[in-house]
Design a protein around this ligand. Structure first.
Ligand code: N01
Length: 865
């Protein structure tokens, strides 16, 4: 039976590339592969091209990205000849566009419709995939591409009795092709995600009665549909290429200005203005970008969420219904927000009713309708808008067996693991378009699809040119990418929602954040970097031989990378080229832009007597009733910069996390007062604090010392001095990325000497200001060179991308070797300065939590009691 419009009776026995899917991805892939001279065929279960737009024919189905951007950009001529009628096109118009694309490039001739790939097996001996279809055809291919979409496997309604119902049943994701008429009927819609929210107003127009069963209220924004957006059209007309290039290098795949306005610090008026402006655009990325911090800070997020709830309450007449429609259980954006046309207003119609399943769950579906604990409904039709087994579902639903005989389903039993969302180890020559751990569903799909297809096509062309025929990611590269994805997600609020992004909508599915949330721009850069570094992280093989440039493409924490990019973009002069006065002014100005840190119980300023005059200190008291343990804290700044106020956010954080009084003491700075002035001051301060513990609200005998960087150096030195002097009693020491030696020949000085804020040169500048060469090896300047036995238990924190990493590591090792209890925390992906950037670098929070927990665990037990 011919299933291809080219009239072929059977699929070809062997091709270069087999593609699953004939939607946006599959069609562009066919076009691209053909241009490169590869033989390629595509298979699709559908009767024609269209992918998701072939199946999702429910009333009201539209795109939620403006048509100016929801279209291919690979061929300017195609762009010129197609005119969209609306800002958000209807499903028939999008399907017509895809039909036009298929015709224009004569793509249908290589697509086998009504054909599902049921199994795929890697044949190592022939370096080919063997694919089987539901018609028992077989096709061998060198490369196999799953262009099967992220939301293409509808979830079967997981509701008791779902199979019993005898009336009309519809799934939004598999809507019939013939007409569906709800006129005069009693209709139920189950589900209020994007599909439900789009179809509910349309069904309400026809049905005699409509009952909406809502399990989770959803945020939705009016689409303000109409003509395609004039401003975007004008920009396209003006310079199409640069508009498209902006989209490719944007965060979400549409040109948009990223705001730096924080929801936390903006005034009420600014908040309201920004929100209303975004609301008026009717664009998802606008409302997702009202504030720079709404995706990571719950307070900023709640401002947006509450303003949306206000809109809902203003549009829905019945207050109880309005309340039920207000999402309360997840931060805004953490479930895909919807765009609607009159959704909330629909509930003002007399024949439309909302049933809140949180109040009254469904007990069962019956032959006639739906039964709750206290009410039964009869319906002529039930529409299930219950969503999809997203992202991984379409991939693991095919029985794919890789090189080691393991199926993809088994490999991903605990969640997907991919390299760049493009490939997965153990499955050579298998590519995914918009696979898990790529931006895909968090972006304008069209931009992401084109980027993936281009990357895959370039890769295949390159393999052919280099006489290679096998490509597979290494376990190291894949683990690194999985970790990076997790790092990106964990700094956001997204994992807080029970969303399909998390796999939470499918019972039994592992809860893992599925898409890459680092942004289209960052992702594109990563893919480009991999390609430029000889396909780093891929094992390549073929007639030309085998090779592999193994490695991890992104090791820096994502928010640290943002800070580094920001600093680089400012083009600031290097601190080591400044005078000490200018460097101090610069450092103070930078500190003033940082979030203040958490609220503590009390902050007081005072002075204590030092060897050469008073030393200022700032005391942070926890909110709980005292007395508390005390931490004497020494600020960072290379003995040159800073003051008792300089590390305020970190001190507050330390105070709140440990429940200790933190006394941040100033000390004399170089070059005015060189070594050992700072040491003398630090030791004197610790002696005074110990002697005055009770007066400070502390518990006598429970004194820790702590410090960051040069302050960590002083804290370490102070512990040695106190031990040698027989007091005061110090119960523990917290050394955060400390200076312990100053030997700048260590590998971390070379690996991390440039580009991570604290440079090797700057450290040299600090040392030169602080101490004469002859003094630098003295244990009171280089505590690593001192005797370490008998020191208080230590928490040593070192950062991966810090020039000081190795001397911190060496100190932790040496302490342990000397019999000192040590908790060594290695901050993966961090730099020297990122762990103190409280509320600015979110990924530092777990490290600070760990150090506080470690300190609390040892602080209360004096070692030499
Ligand atoms: O699916 P969903 P969707 N009992 O999973 C509910 C894209 N899309 O098809 O939230 C009762 O979002 C479920 O409740 P809960 C877009 O990316 C785009 O609507 O799990 N209710 C939820 O309310 C979108 O995000 C457009 O508590 C049950 C609903 O069903 C994605 O596709 C249009 C239930 C499912 O919502 C998926 O959207 C449409 C049960 N057993 C879709 N099981 C555009 O505008 C599930 N629900 C382009």
């Amino acid at each position: 039976m011919a299933r291809s419009p080219n009239g072929s009776a059977a699929v070809p026995a062997e091709v270069d590339v087999a593609v699953v899917g004939a939607g946006f991805s599959g069609l562009y892939l066919l076009y691209k592969l053909r241009k490169l001279g590869f033989s390629a065929v595509a298979f699709d279960e559908a009767g024609d091209v269209g992918g998701t737009w072939y199946w999702n024919r429910y009333p009201g189905a539209r795109c939620d990205i403006p048509t100016t951007d929801y279209a291919y950009s690979f061929d300017p001529q195609l762009e010129q000849e197609w005119t969209w009628t609306e800002k958000y096109a209807t499903q028939p118009e999008i399907l017509a566009y895809l039909g036009h694309v298929a015709d224009r490039y004569d793509l249908r001739r290589d697509v086998w419709f009504d054909t599902r790939i049921t199994a795929a097996e890697w044949d190592e001996s022939r370096r080919q995939w063997l694919l089987r279809t539901n018609h028992d055809d077989e096709v061998r291919c060198r490369y196999y591409v799953m262009a099967s979409g992220c939301l293409s496997l509808p979830k079967t309604p997981d509701i008791e009795g779902a199979g019993r119902y005898c009336g009309e049943v519809y799934l939004t994701g598999m809507w019939p092709h013939g007409p569906v008429d709800f006129s005069g009927k009693k209709v139920a819609v189950v589900g209020t995600g994007s599909s439900g929210i789009q179809c509910i107003p349309e069904i309400a127009r026809q049905a005699a009665q409509l009952t909406v069963f809502q399990r989770t209220a959803n945020f939705s924004v009016p689409a303000h549909n109409g003509a395609p957006p004039a401003e975007r059209l004008a920009r396209l007309a003006d310079d199409r290429d640069s508009y498209r290039e902006d989209a490719r290098w944007s965060r979400g795949g549409m040109p948009a200005e990223l705001t730096e306005v924080s929801g936390v610090t903006a005034s009420d008026q600014v908040r309201r203005e920004r929100f209303e402006n975004a609301w008026r655009t009717g664009e998802l990325f606008a409302i997702l970008g009202v504030f720079s911090d709404q995706g990571i800070n719950p307070i900023a997020n709640e401002f947006v969420a509450e303003m949306i709830r206000e809109k809902i309450r203003a549009n829905v007449n019945d207050p109880d219904t309005a309340d039920a429609l207000c999402p309360m259980d997840h931060p805004f954006g953490t479930k895909r927000p919807c765009l609607d046309s009159g959704y909330f207003e629909t509930f003002n119609l007399p024949h439309v009713r909302l049933v809140d399943l949180r109040q009254k769950p469904i007990v069962t579906i019956t032959e006639a309708g739906i039964e709750l604990a206290d009410e039964s409904f009869e319906f002529d039709a039930i529409v299930f808008a219950t969503g999809f087994d997203a992202m991984t579902g379409p991939l693991v639903s095919v029985n794919i067996t890789g090189a080691n005989g393991v199926t993809l389903k088994d490999k991903w039993a605990h969640g997907p693991t991919t390299y760049l969302g493009l490939m997965t180890s153990g499955f050579p020559n298998l590519f995914m378009i918009t696979g898990p751990q790529s931006p895909s569903v968090l972006s304008n799909m069209l931009v992401s699809i084109e980027q993936h297809v281009d990357w895959v096509a370039d890769c295949l062309g390159r393999l052919r040119a280099e006489s290679l025929d096998r490509i597979e990611p290494t376990p190291l590269a894949e683990a690194g990418w999985v970790q990076h994805n997790q790092d990106c997600a964990e700094i956001t609020l997204y994992p807080r929602a029970n969303s399909w992004y998390m796999g939470a909508n499918v019972p039994g599915k592992p809860r893992v954040f599925l898409p890459y949330i680092g942004g289209v721009d960052a992702y594109r850069q990563a893919c480009q970097d991999v390609a430029e570094q000889d396909l780093m992280g891929f094992r390549l093989d073929g007639p030309a031989g085998a090779r592999c440039n193994d490695g991890v493409i992104r090791r820096i924490q994502p928010d640290v990378a943002i800070v580094l990019d920001l600093i680089a973009s400012l083009g600031l002069p290097l601190m080591e080229t400044m005078t000490a006065a200018d460097a101090r002014a610069y450092s103070d100005a930078t500190a003033a832009t940082m979030p203040p840190g958490p609220v503590v119980g009390e902050i007081t300023d005072a002075v204590l007597p030092g060897p050469a005059g008073d030393l200022g200190y700032r005391l942070y008291r926890p909110p709980s009733a005292g007395p508390h343990p005390i931490i004497a804290y020494f600020h960072g700044g290379g003995w040159v910069l800073g003051s008792q106020f300089a590390d305020e956010p970190f001190c507050r954080d330390l105070c709140v996390r440990t429940g200790a009084v933190v006394v941040s003491v100033d000390y004399r700075h170089a070059p005015e007062d060189r070594y050992p002035s700072a040491v003398d001051d630090a030791f004197a301060a610790v002696q005074w604090i110990a002697a005055n513990a009770a007066a400070l609200g502390g518990i006598p005998g429970q004194l820790a010392v702590a410090g960051w960087s040069a302050g960590g150096n002083l804290a370490a030195v102070t512990c040695q001095l106190a031990r040698d002097a027989g007091g005061p009693e110090i119960t523990s020491q917290l050394l955060l990325t400390p200076v312990t030696d100053g030997d700048r020949a260590r590998p971390s000085y070379i690996e991390n000497g440039e580009g991570f804020v604290l440079t090797a040169d700057l450290m040299g500048w600090f040392w030169d200001h602080y101490a004469d060469e002859a003094d630098r090896a003295h244990p009171t300047a280089a505590p690593l060179r001192g005797t370490l036995a008998g020191l208080p238990p230590a928490v040593v924190v070192t950062a991966e991308f810090d020039p000081l990493r190795d001397e911190g590591d060496a100190y932790a090792d040496a302490l342990a070797a000397a019999g000192v209890p040590v908790r060594h925390i290695r901050a993966r992906g961090h730099i020297h300065t990122s762990l103190t950037m409280v509320d600015a670098v979110i990924s530092g929070a777990p490290v600070r939590a760990e150090m506080a927990e470690a300190l609390s665990a040892i602080r209360l037990a004096p070692v030499r009691a």
